[in-house]
Write a protein that binds this ligand. Structure first.
Ligand code: KG4
Ligand code: ZN
Length: 333
């Protein structure tokens, strides 16, 4: 039997999870409300909040899994990518825990972990599959050949898809993180109300900064005509923006599927919680004969269950790291 403690602290969620023989027994997430009033994550405040939350979060994960901390066989932690000060908290905790208990230490790449969240529940994708990983910091299309053998086929040249949601929300005077709110208002709106541009990029890369500028200009122009524009047409703006972001993502996925001949298609990362994206992916998958994999909501945004499941695979491979390991703000899949 293998009991893995997973620790996630790369951005603004402190999370701990217990995985027993590949099964997630607990996944505790302490979110940091403090960032909302600043309109984005403040790194210094995130580090402090992680310091505050890490011990109670781990304690709760252990209690909920009905184990004792002495039962844990290895500790897996997010090494990167992410905010360095935030990563340092989880890394230091994991190192201390492993040292004190004399158990192996396992480093996990946060972006790989988002993808490996697909191995928490059934149905699990067979290799190879394509994964669109869309979060607040990344937008990638990855060809997943094995648990830790991944090829980056395309990525954003500027803003991430999550940033496109969050920056649009800021223009619309919505609080951070704006993605879930845009998703909510979009449900009531008309996706064809406003025409927004689709960037013309040849390969599998993405660009979202032009879209953000187009939205800003559109809102400014409309507000000149009607000062109450945003109050009156918020749902239509949200629906139009979401529909454009989703079509940009899906068009690239279609291209990637055609180029690689792979028809097992997965999504991962915070933006994969978006209901418009989930629905459009299912419809496109139906039409094109794809086998579509969508994670449960709780495993889309940052969580330690994905770190623990990735850690479990590394535990089976005896892929451990030494105590001199340090976090990395940048890390490739
Ligand atoms: O993966 P994640 O939790 O953290 C990072 O590693 O970045 O992703 C957070 C991002 C934020 O930009 C947030 O606005 C976006 O995911 N997000 C959503 C939704 N839920 C979270 N975007 C659109 N619709 C949602 N329902
Ligand atoms: Zn993430």
């Amino acid at each position: 039997m293998a009991i893995i403690l997973g620790i996630e602290s790369s951005c603004d969620e402190t999370s701990a999870s217990i995985c027993i023989d590949g099964e997630i027994k607990s996944n505790i997430i302490a979110s940091q409300a403090i960032h909302a009033k600043y309109g984005g994550v403040v790194p210094e405040l995130a580090s402090r909040a992680h310091q505050q939350h890490i011990i109670p979060t781990v304690d709760q994960a252990i209690v909920q899994a009905k184990i004792h901390k002495n039962d844990i066989d290895a500790v897996a932690f997010t090494r990167g990518p992410g905010l360095l000060g935030a990563l340092l908290v989880g890394t230091s905790f994991a190192k201390s825990f492993a040292l004190a208990r004399n158990i192996p230490l396992i480093e996990v790449n946060h972006m790989q972990a988002h993808i490996l969240a697909h191995f928490i529940d059934d149905p699990k994708p067979e290799f190879p599959f394509l994964c669109l990983t869309v979060s607040g910091g990344h937008t990638q299309i990855v060809l997943v050949k094995d648990y830790f053998e991944m090829e980056l086929l395309g990525q954003t040249l500027d803003d991430a898809a999550g940033e496109a949601f969050d920056k649009t929300a800021k223009i619309l005077n919505l609080p951070y993180p704006g993605g879930p709110l845009i998703d909510k208002y979009a449900k009531e709106g008309n996706p064809h109300a406003f025409q927004l541009p689709e960037p013309q990029i040849e390969n599998l890369d993405f660009s979202f900064s032009g879209l953000k500028t187009a939205i800003l200009y559109m809102v400014q122009a409309q507000e000149k005509i009607n000062p109450n524009f945003l109050q009156e047409q918020l749902a239509d703006v949200c629906a139009s923006v979401q529909s454009r972001i989703v079509s940009i993502l899906l068009n690239k996925l279609k291209k990637a599927a055609k180029l690689t001949g792979v028809s097992r298609i997965a999504i991962a990362g915070g933006v994969s919680a978006n209901s418009g994206l989930r629905k459009a992916l299912l419809e496109t998958g139906d039409r094109l004969g794809w086998n579509v994999f969508i994670p449960k909501f709780e495993y889309c945004t940052d969580n330690a269950a994905m770190i623990a499941i990735a850690g479990y695979q590394k535990y089976l491979q005896k892929s451990f790291v030494a105590q001199d390991v340090t976090p990395l703000a940048r890390m490739h899949v």
